[in-house]
Each structure stands twice: as C-alpha cells, then as structure tokens.
Design a protein around this ligand. Structure first.
Ligand SMILES: C[S@@+](CC[C@H](N)C(=O)[O-])C[C@H]1O[C@@H](n2cnc3c(N)ncnc32)[C@H](O)[C@@H]1O
Length: 217
C-alpha cells in the first residue's frame, strides 16, 4: 500500500498546476453552477469569525466575506492564493499559506467552512482532518461544508480505491484523492467522532453540511 503522504503531495502538485485553468474548468461553468454559489452561502449564513479551508481561487471566499465579521482563507497552493487575493481585492480577507493538516490557528473561529475539499480527504485522514476543524472552533462553533454527491462519481476515472485520474489542459496526468460521501453515512461518521451533523442534498448533485461538537465530546 502506498504511503498516503505521497499521494497528498501529488494532489497538491495537481492543484498548483491547475490553478491557472481552475476557473475555466471547475463548477460546470456551462451549466451555471457558479451562479448557485451565493445562494448556498446565504443559506449557510457563515457569521462571526470565519475560516475557509482550501479556498482555491476564492470563488466562495468573496461570498463568505459578505457574511463574516472577520475572514481567514487558507490554501496550500501559492498559485491558488494569488488568484484568490486578486478576486478578493478590496475585501478584508486574511490569506494564509498552509497545509490544512498542519494548520494551527492562533485563535478560534465561529465557523470553519470548506467547499469541495472533504471529498479530497482520504478516509485514513478523515478523523485527523476533523480534529483540526474541532481545534479551530469555539465551543458551539459550526463546521459548514459543501461537496459533491455520489452521483457525481460517474464523471471521474477511478484508477484505485479513492484515487482518480485527472488530466490538465497541457496534457499532464495526475492522481487525486476522491471520496464521495453519501449524506446519511457522512452524518453517521461525524456522529462517531463526536459531532452533531446534518447533511442535505441540494441542487447540482451537491450537498451542504453543518456540524457542531456535541457537548459531551
Ligand atoms: C477542489 S479545490 C477547491 C477550491 C475551492 N474551495 C473551490 O470550491 O473552488 C481544492 C483546493 O485544495 C487545495 N489543497 C490541496 N491540498 C491541500 C492541503 N493539504 N492543504 C490546504 N489546501 C490544499 C488546493 O490547492 C485547491 O485549491
């Protein structure tokens, strides 16, 4: 079995290389998915001190900024952060270059948000990732997330368990982690880790989730 850190490093290299074309090839720009983003953020109402993990080019960041009192956006790809900074120009956003798994915020947040990130967390890292989120939240703070439903798996080329192949426009081929979560099973996995979570399917074969630490956990 391959060491997962190697795969996570390869996944990050893929996103660094993809940054320049990300806005043209993500969010099914042709089917109008991007237009759904502001409404999804309004529905989640991410108020207070908000942290966004894996912010990418900032598509969600600029919408979060409409609700947040303070906003911190984290990504491990400098190429992504550069584009996000440009998109958020004029908005009060603190950008942080960091690996999510090693991210140690200096102060806790009311909300930790991540879009299209959870599906890139391998199952063996699932608990470690949620421990990072738990440490970053104030008591009563919410984890809010958006991702793809399992019906989206048909669009991927699986080459191994939880590993898909992606080809960039320049022809380079990469391996990326992809875990499709079924809403009720995801809520159950989070319950096992001490969260009270609701996970709800929405348009575009996406789901939204909200999770709060149980008082006894
Ligand atoms: C699918 S993109 C999602 C970007 C953005 N949230 C969106 O919805 O458009 C995944 C993002 O995760 C970032 N990333 C990959 N590995 C990471 C890591 N270990 N720590 C932080 N960010 C990482 C990539 O640079 C990329 O921006």
């Amino acid at each position: 079995v391959e060491r997962r850190p190697d795969l996570l490093a390869e996944q990050l290299r893929y996103y660094r290389a993809r940054a320049a074309e990300y806005d043209r090839t993500s969010f099914g720009v042709h089917t109008g998915e991007r237009r759904a983003v502001p409404g999804v953020v309004d529905r989640l109402a991410p108020r207070g001190d908000v942290a966004e993990l894996a912010c990418g080019t900032g598509v969600w960041t600029v919408e979060l900024a409409r609700h947040a009192t303070t906003l911190t956006a984290v990504d491990a790809a400098p190429e992504m952060l550069r584009l996000a900074r440009r998109r958020a120009a004029g908005l009060d956003v603190r950008f942080v270059l960091a690996d999510v798994y090693r991210w140690a915020p200096r102060r806790p947040f009311d909300v930790v948000f991540f879009a299209f990130w959870l599906s890139h967390v391998p199952t063996v890292q699932f608990a470690a990732f949620w421990a990072v989120v738990a440490r970053a939240l104030r008591p009563g703070g919410r984890a809010l997330f958006v991702d793809e439903l399992p019906s989206r798996a048909a669009h991927e080329t699986f080459i191994d368990h939880e590993i898909v192949r992606r080809t960039l426009r320049g022809g380079s081929v990469h391996r990326v982690v992809k875990v499709f979560h079924e809403p009720s099973r995801l809520a159950g996995s989070l319950a096992d880790l001490g969260w009270h979570a609701t996970v709800t399917p929405i348009q575009h074969d996406w789901f939204v989730g909200s999770a709060v630490r149980r008082a006894d956990s």
